[in-house]
Ligand binder design. Structure first.
Ligand code: XMP
Length: 358
């Protein structure tokens, strides 16, 4: 609609005026806010923007490729011939740079994260390790881009997908909280540490406005209306110690759950159960239970399905999903995911339970 188009034009002009002919780097997480910020800034300044996508290996099934395809149209340039092999076991690849496609540097550091998390089972410790390593990797990439320049001069701006509720939260409201229940890893002070100026084009917008903007900019509807996903990713959905084997099983099971939620329509509203829930996901429980498959006995892992309805995520009710849906998801997971032989449904509301299990 024309109001949104006006809004985009205005925002684009503002970004151009602020950035001039300088260069911008942006940390792309695959989430709504950073994706919309990237699309908007790319609309304004094209190749003066370089996105850095840190893939910590704790993302959902095919999520990394999805993020790359969304921005770079799926054309891979791989690592430039003359670029030295990346350090610290990171795999670096670049895509995009073409007209209409944003430049995205993908840094695959899953092994680095698995190594750092080895033997760690405390939820808060896991969050801290993931958060810190994420910042370290992003900083290292940003320093490279700042120095060498993805284009010619090197970046002078750091863009962030900060939205209005984040601005309020980092003001008074957060400090009133006496007890830290879970430390969220929002990156504070990063621009100062990197010596970069800050570009935050979504600062005045609420979440629903950010979503509308994303759709108007041509981002896929399903992506823009995705449920929230925590920064530490599957790291807080694998209880206790994180292992690659667990993450792989969880990714498969979760993909089935989400697929069924998206394809099951509730007749009265005509909406899918994905759209009728605020957040839904699968949790990996590192315990084994006995099952029977054909003539044989199995001794495999358990997953829990979690689906909640909430308006503010401060309180939440578990969703009354139809039994038929739960039945289908359960039988698909047990039949299709070798290594899982039991599926449970979490019927705890928040409070006293939190939405995530860690
Ligand atoms: P809880 O589990 O506290 O979650 O009821 C409330 C909302 O916050 C999300 N969440 C996180 N988001 N980093 C994030 O970026 C985190 O460490 C984190 N922990 C929880 C959770 O997914 C839910 O939407």
């Amino acid at each position: 609609d024309w109001i949104m188009r006006d809004h985009i034009e205005e925002a684009v002009e503002k970004i151009r005026a602020q950035v001039g002919d300088e260069e911008v780097i942006l940390g792309l997480s695959g989430g709504v806010d950073s994706s919309v910020a990237a699309a908007l800034i790319h609309r304004a300044i094209g190749d003066q923007l370089t996105c850095v996508f840190v893939d910590h290996g704790l993302l959902r099934l095919n999520e990394g490729d999805m993020v790359m395809n969304m921005f770079a149209g799926g054309s891979s340039y791989g690592r430039p011939e003359d670029e030295p092999a990346p350090s610290e076991g990171s795999e670096r690849s670049e895509r995009g740079g073409k007209k209409n496609h944003a430049k995205v540097v993908r840094v695959d550091v899953s092994q680095l994260f698995l190594d750092a998390l080895k033997g760690v089972s405390d939820p808060e410790q896991k969050r801290k390790i993931i958060g810190k390593l994420f910042v370290d990797v992003f900083k290292a990439e940003a320093e490279k881009l700042k120095a060498s320049g993805a284009g010619h001069k090197g970046a002078t701006f750091l863009a962030q997908g900060t939205i209005y509720p984040d601005v309020i939260e980092s003001g008074g409201a957060k400090s009133k909280k006496a007890v830290v229940i879970k430390s969220h890893h929002n990156v504070g002070g990063l621009p100062e540490q990197l010596g970069l100026k800050l570009l935050e084009p979504l600062r005045d917008l609420f979440k629903d406005e950010v979503r509308e903007l994303g759709v108007a900019l041509g981002l896929p509807h399903d992506m823009v209306y995705r449920h929230p996903f925590p920064g530490p990713g599957l790291g807080v959905r694998i209880l206790g110690e994180i292992k690659k084997e667990y993450a792989d099983l969880l990714r498969q099971a979760d993909a089935i759950f989400i697929e069924e939620l998206r394809s099951t329509i509730e007749p009265n509203s005509g909406k899918s159960w994905y759209d009728l829930t605020s957040q839904a996901f699968t949790v990996f429980l590192p315990v084994k239970s006995v099952g029977v498959m054909g003539d044989g006995r199995t001794y495999d892992y358990v997953v829990a399905l979690r689906a909640v309805q909430t308006s503010d995520f401060m309180t939440a009710d578990w969703a009354e999903l139809p039994y038929a849906l739960l039945k289908k998801v359960s039988s698909r997971i047990i039949n299709e995911v070798r290594g899982i032989n039991r599926v449970t449904y979490d019927v705890s509301s928040k409070p006293p339970a939190t939405i995530e299990w860690e």
